[in-house]
Every structure is written in structure tokens, then in C-alpha cells.
Design a protein around this ligand. Structure first.
Ligand SMILES: CC(C)(COP(=O)(O)OP(=O)(O)OC[C@H]1O[C@@H](n2cnc3c(N)ncnc32)[C@H](O)[C@@H]1OP(=O)(O)O)[C@@H](O)C(=O)NCCC(=O)NCCS
Length: 188
């Protein structure tokens, strides 16, 4: 799909990558929760954008992986509470993203992020969310979501780790409210 510097490629995940993606998530996070999340997202959530980073060629060793999947924004628009039927709209959220420990800090996470942006845009989704390190993701244009009246998991109030990005200016518009992740995320 895309070739980065030093022979790193990013392509869509294939069924034969699944075991390796599990292994990379366990190694990167030091626990099984995110790895198990990848299995559940594949089984339960659609659409799912799953990428792997490989070395040397697209069929080379897999050294990183990422997933994007839908979230729902439930809530207020133009300051009004939603009706009992609910005002809802959709966006995509990142998670998990992981790079094999010995391969970190070489720009591979950045390549995965940019491939994800392209794929989300192609899928017609211009508003993205993630929960992550407040010092890493601003370099990709992510900003704190709470400043725009968006929160997740009942955690209303300042939360620098929950961030949004517009792939096109105005994608957020005046959407405010709770961002609801799919069930597999809520069980992690
Ligand atoms: C986060 C991760 C995917 C980034 O991948 P990567 O290939 O190392 O990223 P890049 O090489 O593109 O960027 C490296 C930068 O990320 C920063 N970074 C990595 N982990 C970080 C962390 N936990 N907190 C803050 N910054 C972090 C590095 O300090 C480095 O910054 P610099 O460029 O200013 O030196 C990878 O470090 C990883 O797998 N971490 C463990 C799993 C994880 O935490 N995933 C994200 C959950 S939100």
C-alpha cells in the first residue's frame, strides 16, 4: 500500500497476519488486553480498518499494526440535549496501535498513523478520535476533545488523553456530546 523510508511498508492486514498482530500487541503493551481486543474487533465490529507495517517488502516480517473502527457521538448539537430518540453521528477511533519493541522510535508508528488517515478518508470518515499519550499524537494534528464538549466513558471534564482530529476543516462542526466506543473497547 505505501512504502516508507528504510524499506518499511504499510498494507491492509490479511488473515495470515492475525497471530503476529496478537504477538506484537502483547509485546508492545506488556499484557494481553489489547491483543484480545484486536480479535474481538475483527469478530464484532464493522467496518474495521486494520493495517500492518512490514519490513523489506509487503510480504516481509510484520513489525507493527493498527486498527480504526467506528464510534458513535451521542448528544448535544447547538447546545440542545438530544431527543429521546437521540441525536447520533459517527466517527472513527484508533485502537490499538502497536510497534514491536525493538522497532519503536523509527517512525513506523507515524507511517501506520498516516496510512490510517488515508484509509479513513477513503472510507468517507473525516472525524477521528483516540485515547493515547498527550505528547505523541498532537504531532499528527490531534487536539484535546474535552475542549470542544466531547467526552467518553462518562469522563466529562478535562482529559488530555482523549483527542480528536479533523481530516478536513469543519468535520467536527458543532457536534458535542459523548463519544461511545464499540462493546469490545468497553470491556478492556
Ligand atoms: C506508541 C507507538 C505505537 C509509537 O510507535 P513508534 O514506531 O515508536 O512511533 P514513531 O517512531 O513514529 O514515533 C516515536 C515517538 O513516539 C514517542 N512515544 C512512544 N511511546 C510513547 C509514550 N508512551 N508516550 C509518549 N511518547 C511516546 C517517542 O518518544 C518518539 O518521540 P520523538 O519522535 O519525539 O522522539 C509505539 O511506541 C508502541 O507500540 N508503544 C507501545 C504500545 C502503545 O503504547 N500504543 C499506543 C497506545 S495509545
Amino acid at each position: 500500500m505505501s512504502a516508507g523510508e528504510e524499506g518499511i511498508f504499510v498494507r491492509l492486514e490479511e488473515p495470515e497476519d492475525v497471530a503476529r498482530v496478537f504477538e506484537i500487541n502483547v509485546a508492545a503493551f506488556g499484557r494481553r488486553d489489547e491483543a484480545e481486543l484486536t480479535d474481538r474487533l475483527r469478530a464484532e465490529v464493522s467496518p474495521l480498518i486494520a493495517h500492518v507495517a512490514t519490513r523489506g517488502s509487503e510480504s516481509g516480517p510484520v513489525i507493527g499494526c493498527s486498527m480504526w473502527s467506528p464510534v458513535e457521538i451521542r448528544g448535544e448539537i447547538r447546545g440542545e440535549e438530544h431527543s429521546p430518540q437521540g441525536y447520533t453521528s459517527s466517527a472513527f477511533a484508533l485502537g490499538p496501535i502497536a510497534v514491536w519493541p525493538e522497532e519503536q522510535k523509527k517512525g513506523i508508528g507515524g507511517l501506520l498513523m498516516r496510512a490510517g488517515f488515508d484509509a479513513c478518508r477513503e472510507a468517507g470518515e473525516l472525524l477521528l478520535f483516540l485515547l493515547g499519550h498527550p505528547t505523541y499524537y498532537p504531532r499528527f494534528g490531534f487536539r484535546p476533545a474535552w475542549e470542544h464538549g466531547l467526552w467518553y466513558g462518562g469522563m466529562r471534564g478535562p482529559n488530555p488523553a482523549f483527542m480528536y482530529k479533523e481530516l478536513a476543516e469543519g468535520a467536527l462542526a458543532d457536534r458535542k456530546g459523548e463519544v461511545v466506543y464499540s462493546l469490545p473497547f468497553r470491556d478492556v
